[in-house]
Design a protein around this ligand. Sequence first.
Ligand code: NDP
Ligand code: OXD
Length: 315
Amino acid sequence: MSAFLFVTPTWDGDQWANEMKKALPRHDIRKWPAIGETADVRYAAAWLPPPNVLRELPNLKVIFSLGAGVDAILSDPTLPDNIPIVRVNSPDLTMRMSEHIVMHVLMHHRQQARILANQRNKTWDSFPQHAASALRVGVMGLGVLGEDAAKKLAMLGFQVAGWSRSRKSIYGVQSFAGAEELDAFLTRTDILVCLLPATAETDGLINRAVIKKLAHNGPLGAPVLINAGRGRQQVEADILAALESGELLAVSLDVFGKEPLPNDSPFWSHPRVYLTPHSAADSEPSVICTYVAQAITQFEKTGQLDNLVDRTRGY
Ligand code: NDP
Ligand code: OXD
């Protein structure tokens, strides 16, 4: 008996388990805490696994993340260190994220909040609009998601740059690499998009000092921040202070330090905050279960795994 175990205490696991049964009909699909015989479990999908659960599976071969980010797995201090971790790299997830990023860039660029307010007030205000080519978008993180979003923004005519650890060569996208090129990237950026993974290096990266370095001479009058990476990357008090001082015109936040966002968070009612509930790119159970099943089939035939997490880098 080969079993696949979901260790996802904060997710509604039933839909996932049903989809995984369809995708992996020859495996016994189990859900923590109903592990059964631990020796049966060959594969596990994890998201915030409780301590020691994964470690105590003697025949575990692969840990799967059900999302692109793996911070919710690497946060387990008891994670077994010899088991490969595979993360999601799926065209479906990538397209969802690009839709979110493109939509928010366009909403700020075309001043959609002003247009909606005018409609509510029955105001016919055909204010001048600038061209996309007048606006400089900077994407932090040029991985699977950042590269796709950057390319789509470039196709729309925005001046697009990206910042990553290593140098990239992406048609239409200027590449900035490493800590030493961060300032140059920020100072040419009107709309900052964050699609970075949560790591020790990116924690708190979006702070007041970084915000102050963004371009203040663009057509919007002040810079805009769009974060769909992880909440840990943003210093929320600094973002609110920057909105108040005019260092930021507006922000689109999909991720927060504490999720769900507490009722008393000032972000809920701030007029220049566009807020979404960590829904920029949902993992669709049927798609992701098929992806996991294909990875297992390949692994059992060839021993090869794609989209492996590098634990030293943290993503
Ligand atoms: P990837 O691993 O493919 O890409 C990560 C990118 O970040 C790479 O370009 C990498 O550089 C860059 N990077 C990492 N650390 C640094 C650093 N210290 N300095 C500069 N650049 C850095 O990840 P994905 O694109 O697949 O996903 C990105 C993140 O998006 C996920 O980790 C997750 O947190 C978030 N996410 C959010 C979702 C949502 O719904 N809000 C949904 C899905 C993902 P290099 O290429 O040089 O290695
Ligand atoms: C992910 C997420 O990492 O949904 O995929 O946040």
